[in-house]
Design a protein around this ligand. Structure first.
Ligand code: DSN
Length: 414
């Protein structure tokens, strides 16, 4: 029998757990830079009949029947993506998430055994940028560049030397933990000099790129990947954009190369998120992300924290907790979640500790900007962080701070 009971009747346990998670998100200062609050409209689109449909292939050329509306949804998503990034690049919006998008992009442009070059994981890169334990570090020959030891910044001359020495087939410009803006033109010069393709992974910064407040790889990079759920505030999905001449390679790398049917509910939710991102308010949100990040950095520095690169000019802040408070990143992040402040422990460049208990914590401002926090709120956020870390082993104090954090959050989420 086909049942159509609402979730709250059909499965009380899952319904209750989802509600608890929603409430937790509304009571927590959420500072993980890759997370956000998707709008009700985006969330609604993910929970629709579209999950019932298989759609292997692309619009107008699918393997299964019944694609009349799915094709229209996919076409609309792609046309909105082109408008958002103001580009004629080809878009494939079917990758399930960032890691599949990156692997498919690499498989589209390279063959197993080719040399790929990306930013080292502990210096702010991503697993899929060639880390040795990732499939991308196993099937390709991976060479990695680092940030400068003194400044924590990318040094394009150092990157150039590694590229000249190793002649990679592709250079990946992208990060998950780099607190500064970077220049895709500089990467392009290096890629051209050594005859490499340039791939940009803009997962973290796609909102900033779409809002023209970060250097854009469109018109420069051969291939671009991004998730749709970080600063861009969509559902958990991803896309690959490429110069039109690589369209067929990219589409074939996704299917039949790597995936089966796209998640049509996510495609539709991505279209909704792109429509939201095309509104003037989205640019204001993007600008505010950076303003908040700069002010939060300044406040933390005033409180004695040691930030990698001494600040931030994007959405992300990386703190050396060992130098700041002589505690590990994991000790800090575990204390912070006890007071409803959510961040993640993170390696810092040249870290001497392990990835599971590294020296740093990573903060970001997209989620708190979405709920309306402004520069004037950043002093409070910094003070809550500091109070927590000063009392990291005192559960009684932490409980009191948590109550204050919950009260503070009510200003934005009730
Ligand atoms: N997990 C993402 C992040 O937090 O940056 C990257 O995949």
């Amino acid at each position: 029998m086909f049942k159509t009971e609402p979730l709250k009747n059909a499965d009380k346990e899952i319904f209750a757990l989802i509600n608890k998670e929603t409430e937790r998100q509304l009571e927590t200062i959420r500072l993980i830079p890759s997370e956000n609050y998707a709008s009700t409209a985006v969330i609604e689109a993910t929970g629709t009949s579209l999950i019932n449909k298989y759609s292997e292939g692309y619009s107008g050329k699918r393997y299964y029947e019944g694609q009349e509306f799915i094709d229209q949804i996919e076409n609309l998503t792609i046309s909105r993506a082109k408008e958002l990034f103001n580009t004629n690049y080809h878009f494939n919006i079917q990758p399930y998430s960032g890691s599949p998008a990156n692997l498919a992009a690499l498989l589209a442009m390279c063959s197993p055994g080719d040399t790929i070059m990306g930013l080292e994981l502990s210096h702010g890169g991503h697993l899929t940028h060639g880390y040795k334990l990732s499939i991308t570090g196993k099937i390709f020959k991976s060479v990695q560049y680092q940030v400068n030891k003194e400044t924590g910044l990318l040094n394009y001359e150092d990157i150039r030397k590694i590229a000249v020495e190793n002649k990679p087939k592709i250079i990946i410009a992208g990060f998950t933990a780099y607190p500064r803006q970077f220049d895709f033109n500089e990467f392009k010069k290096i890629a051209d000099e050594v005859g490499a393709y340039l791939m940009a992974d803009i997962s973290h910064i796609s909102a900033l790129v779409a809002s023209n407040i970060h250097s854009s790889p469109f018109g420069i990079a051969d291939i671009i990947t991004s998730t749709s759920h970080k600063s861009l505030r969509g559902p958990r999905g991803a896309f690959i954009a490429c110069k039109p001449e690589f369209a067929s390679k990219v589409d074939k790398a996704i299917i039949p190369g790597f995936q089966g049917g796209p998640h049509n509910n996510i495609t539709a939710a991505m279209a909704v998120a792109f429509k939201e991102a095309l509104q003037p308010e989205f640019k204001e949100y993007s600008k505010q992300i950076i303003k908040n990040s700069k002010v939060l950095s300044d406040e933390l520095i005033k409180l004695g924290y040691k930030l990698i690169t001494n600040g931030s000019d994007n959405h992300l802040i990386l703190i050396d907790m060992v130098k700041s408070k002589n505690i590990s990143g994991k000790t800090a992040s575990s204390a912070l979640i006890k007071t409803n402040i959510e961040c993640n422990a993170n390696t810092i460049p040249f870290d001497k500790r392990t990835p599971f208990d590294p020296s740093g914590i990573r903060l970001g401002t997209p989620a708190i900007t979405t709920i309306g926090m402004k520069e004037s709120d950043m002093r409070d956020v910094a003070l809550f962080i500091n109070e927590t870390l000063e009392n990291y082993d005192d559960n009684y104090e932490l409980e009191k701070i948590k109550e204050n954090v919950i009260d503070f959050m009510k200003k934005f989420t009730k």
